[in-house]
Design a protein. Structure first.
Length: 255
């Protein structure tokens, strides 16, 4: 991909973020409505309060409360481990039902970005009330990699060209015959999750070796995928692995 086109993509994305956010003061608390949506197609909101060190950013308990109301309880050790892995990966803590980060003026953009990404990740990982999802997709992908002796490092974060941290689920290190491969498992492929991955990889690719390759592992077992999403990934050099056809990629990933 031409480097100027990549730069333009990043700048367009950053401008879109700024233009789509709205701010409201509620009794001294700043409410920010973001352009990101949850599984109900509602815009995610975060709240900012002043603290001794700077600012406290919180989702006011929305994500955890909504999942519990939908029948998703964090009663198993595996679910708690997955929740904690997301929280730790983004530097977010759980206080009661609230997702919280502390910020200073100098690191506010990164902390806000981390909180929003954690909200999206938890919403996606744990949409697993019994009638909806029977297993955690990311765990399924990890089991698949281990079953075929595909070596990997889980939960890797890269700082991209923009200075923002981008998280990926797995990294398969380079071998003598294959370059580094970066994987993200997407349980519910939609326009938002695909756009987020494209931005993350476009931003990250600039600081990785030129041969590094990104893969989107897409769960196509719950509903058919929109072909436009696949085309968008390929246009930005992200390879797609359909979960229903995962065995076709064993040799490619294991090499």
């Amino acid at each position: 991909m031409i480097s100027n086109e990549c730069s333009d993509l990043v700048q367009v994305y950053i401008r879109w973020l700024g233009q789509k956010m709205s701010i409201q003061d509620i009794d001294g608390v700043c409410e920010i409505t973001t352009p990101f949506v949850d599984r109900h197609n509602d815009y995610l909101q975060i709240y900012i309060k002043r603290s001794k060190e700077g600012f406290t950013l919180t989702d006011d308990g929305y994500i955890i409360r909504d999942l519990r109301l939908s029948g998703c309880e964090f009663t198993t050790e595996k679910r708690r481990q997955m929740l904690n892995a997301v929280l730790n990966g983004f530097g977010v803590r759980l206080q009661g039902e609230e997702l919280i980060v502390e910020a200073r003026p100098d690191n506010f953009p990164q902390k806000k970005h981390n909180l929003i990404q954690a909200m999206l990740a938890i919403n996606d990982l744990f949409v697993m009330a019994a009638p909806m999802v029977m297993s955690i997709f990311r765990e399924d992908v990890e089991t698949y990699l281990r079953a075929h002796d595909i070596r990997f490092t889980p939960s890797v974060k890269f700082t991209g060209k923009s200075g923002l941290d981008n998280s990926f689920d797995f990294v398969i290190p380079a071998s003598r015959v294959k370059p580094e491969r970066v994987l993200r498992a997407i349980n519910r492929p939609d326009r938002q999750s695909i756009t987020t991955l494209i931005f993350a990889w476009t931003d990250t690719k600039k600081v990785r070796l030129p041969e590094s390759t990104a893969y989107a592992v897409l769960n196509d077992t719950e509903r058919p995928l929109n072909p436009d999403l696949i085309n968008a990934l390929r246009r930005y050099d992200v390879k797609d692995i359909l979960w229903s056809c995962r065995d076709e990629h064993i040799q490619e990933l294991a090499a």
